[in-house]
Ligand binder design. Structure first.
Ligand SMILES: Cc1cc2nc3c(=O)[nH]c(=O)nc-3n(C[C@H](O)[C@H](O)[C@H](O)COP(=O)(O)O)c2cc1C
Ligand code: SF4
Length: 659
């Protein structure tokens, strides 16, 4: 496979970028004091070390009211300069230019962090954060223009290579002025395109004036708002041409969507790959040789290479891909594409951390956000090589095995099933969820390449021979579904009668046991509100079953991240799945499920099959047996408490480093 186009250099103004791969701006939530931190330095340094051509860091906000993350960099404050300089120095050491995005979140900001009103062209609330913004007055506009210029000056003073003006994603301030979907002003900043472009153009000119002619100034625009009455591609092409005509810009990044279609902002695996590529290509067509950068789930290097070959863009951003694997480019250069840890577009470890106020990480790269401790070059060989036996070949066990082997230990990996992968392999077999299988593919590849002694179909016991010779045993035996509804305890019920009946199954009975439910199925979520019940329900509905989905939560996808809920609920509606929110299962009989729904008794008749998609319990007998015998034994992942891939992989990494 050739990546020649992708790995070829690109001239951006006075800079020669060593390849066509970049990261677009992404908030990392690593600035608890609103100034760049050592965590930022370590994070960006590792990305630069991995060989990427260009990094855009996100997003120093240009005004206090423009903040939308709790630990965001306050770009308008001169105190950010030393920290930005430390980032620039670290990244430059590895020959990677770095640009800072200048952002104002507009009506998509968060006043809980600032106690300031949100700002917007018109008083129209954002559908995602549901807070009424202030329609900006002329002096507010002046402040925003000055905020961009001041922040740009701070970035330049700190030694970064450029700035990028954020005018994408609709509700972010500048793009909301461009979009008739949000801009209903009747003054000179609204109305026709000339009026709607007035503020963005003022910002572009002010920034250019402040940083001077020899500095890179880029801009991020929407190729389409995908929102009613918003900017579409033909209008975006005109916008792009007028922006370039200022002579003040050096490149454009092209995105799409607004928070009206929030799930498309940072689209997860439910959305098509390369969702915005047509927009970038359309803008490229309109602007000729002017540099245009494409982004948006172009996480397959083969596709990224093809984008450059086809001339659809000059650079390709693989943003989350570099959160998942900062060494993507180096591995491609070295001809090791199989070692690239592919981003699975789940958002669980990165984007979904932001509303939780947490810094980003990655479900299968434990080093992301923890670079100082776990990043490139931190893994040390063990002082004494030990015989390590890992029991359980799911993500937790495979991660332990991989990391322990890299440290020089002799590792044996035992798995009771006939293949490695554990529950993640089961999940990846659910139609539509195959991308999660990349976690298993990556780890399995490493386990094989490292020559780890893998033994499948082995049910290890404390008395058997399988653990013989082990200096350390790591129990990663995962979890299994319980045939109980633990969640009902939150509703003061002792237990639910009827779960022992033969037509009541667990999710595993279907996924692994090959049980084929009857036509009418009632799927029960026990208050987890996550992918499990949703995936099973939609899989069954797609295969022609009549599905009802019961949950005690206000809606069935209540625990999914805000950027994932939309498409999933849409799927539920389109498949005709009948949902029963606020519903607690009281009793299962031969033909019905009795609920308390919204406080009232309700009976669901024709319950041919009932599928429990409830909580799991750890499988940890081996751990307790070994512990009782005084063996050196560790426990990781679901065998400790049933949680997610993120916990499994992170714990696996740390356990192996402790051996
Ligand atoms: C954690 C996170 C934070 C982000 N923050 C920003 C941001 O501050 N500004 C911005 O323009 N885009 C932001 N994005 C969007 C990315 O720039 C990019 O458009 C998105 O990740 C899709 O590209 P990818 O599929 O290559 O990751 C963010 C994405 C993530 C995952
Ligand atoms: S958490 Fe998921 S989406 Fe984010 S970088 Fe990791 S694999 Fe990609």
């Amino acid at each position: 496979m050739s990546y020649d186009a992708l790995l070829s250099p690109f001239r951006l103004k006075h800079l020669t970028l060593r390849n066509r791969v970049m990261m677009t701006a992404h908030v990392t939530n690593m600035a608890p004091l609103h100034v760049p931190s050592d965590q930022h330095v370590a994070y960006y340094r590792d990305r630069a070390r991995g060989g990427i051509g260009l990094i855009v860091m996100g997003f120093p906000s240009v005004h206090p009211a423009g903040t939308n993350n709790v630990q965001e960099i306050a770009g308008y404050d001169p105190r950010v300069v030393p920290g930005l300089r430390a980032i620039a120095d670290a990244v430059h050491e590895h020959d990677t230019p770095i640009i800072a995005q200048l952002g104002h979140a507009g009506r998509q900001g968060n006043s809980a962090y600032t106690m300031l009103p949100l700002m917007a062209p018109s008083a129209i609330p954002c559908p995602l954060n549901r807070e009424m913004p202030k329609a900006m007055e002329p002096e507010d506009l002046d402040e925003v223009v000055e905020g961009h210029a001041t922040t740009a000056a701070h970035v330049r003073e700190a030694g970064l290579d450029g700035v990028e003006i954020h005018s994408a994603y609709g509700g972010y301030l500048l793009s909301s002025f461009l979009s008739p979907y949000m801009n209903e002003r009747d003054d000179e900043y609204g109305g026709d395109l000339e009026g709607r472009m007035r503020l963005p153009l003022r910002v572009v000119r002010a920034v250019r004036e402040r940083v001077g002619p020899d500095y890179i100034v880029g801009m991020q625009i929407n190729g389409s708002d995908f929102s009613p009455g918003g900017v579409d591609l033909p209008e975006a092409q005109v916008i792009a041409q007028r922006l370039i005509a200022t002579g003040a810009l050096d490149y454009l990044v092209v995105k799409g969507s607004t928070y009206f279609v929030a799930h498309q902002n940072v689209h997860d695996w439910q959305n098509p790959r390369a969702l915005w590529l047509g927009l970038a290509a359309g803008i490229k067509e309109a602007v000729g040789d002017f540099p245009v950068f494409a982004v948006g789930r172009i996480n397959d290097p083969v596709e990224a290479n093809a984008v450059i070959e086809r001339g659809q863009a000059d650079m390709v951003a693989m943003t989350r891909q570099h959160i998942a694997d900062p060494e993507t480019v180096r591995k491609l250069i070295e001809g090791r594409p199989e070692d690239v840890r592919g981003c699975i577009s789940c958002n669980q470890g990165c984007l979904d951390m932001l509303p939780k106020g947490r810094h980003i990480t990655c479900v299968h790269n434990p080093a992301a956000g923890y670079e100082a401790e776990l990043g490139l070059g931190t893994l040390r060989r063990a002082e004494a090589a030990k015989d390590v036996v890992v029991v359980g070949g799911g993500p937790a066990g495979m991660k332990v095995a991989e990391t322990a082997a890299r440290r020089g230990h002799r590792v044996r990996l035992l798995e009771r099933r006939d293949r490695l992968g554990g529950q993640v392999r089961l999940a990846s077999n659910v139609p539509g969820r195959h991308e999660v299988g990349e976690v298993v593919r990556y780890l399995e590849t490493q386990v094989r390449k490292l020559g780890i002694d893998v033994r499948c179909d082995v049910e290890a016991t404390a008395d058997g021979d399988d653990l013989e010779g082990a200096d350390v045993v790591v129990v990663a035996t995962g979890s299994r579904p319980v045939r109980r509804l633990i969640g009902v305890r939150s509703h003061q019920l002792e237990d639910v009668d009827g779960l022992e009946l033969s037509h009541v199954h667990t999710s595993w009975d279907l996924l692994e046991g090959g049980i084929e439910p009857t036509h009418d199925v009632i799927v029960v979520d026990d208050g987890e509100g996550s992918w499990k019940a949703l995936s099973i329900a939609s899989h069954l509905a797609r295969s022609g079953h009549a599905v009802q989905l019961v949950t005690p939560l206000p809606f069935v996808a209540a625990s999914l991240g805000p950027y994932s809920i939309g498409p999933y609920m849409q799927t539920v509606f389109e498949l005709g799945i009948v949902t029963h929110p606020f519903s607690i299962v009281r009793r299962v009989t031969e033909s019905a499920v009795e609920l308390t729904k919204e406080g009232r008794p309700v009976t669901l008749e024709h319950a041919g099959s009932v599928v429990l998609c409830g909580w799991h319990e750890p499988v940890a007998d081996l751990y307790f047996d070994l512990k009782a015998r005084g063996a050196t034994v560790l426990r990781v992942g679901d065998a400790v408490a049933a949680r997610t891939i993120l916990h499994a992989v992170h714990e696996g990494e740390r356990a192996a480093r402790a051996i």
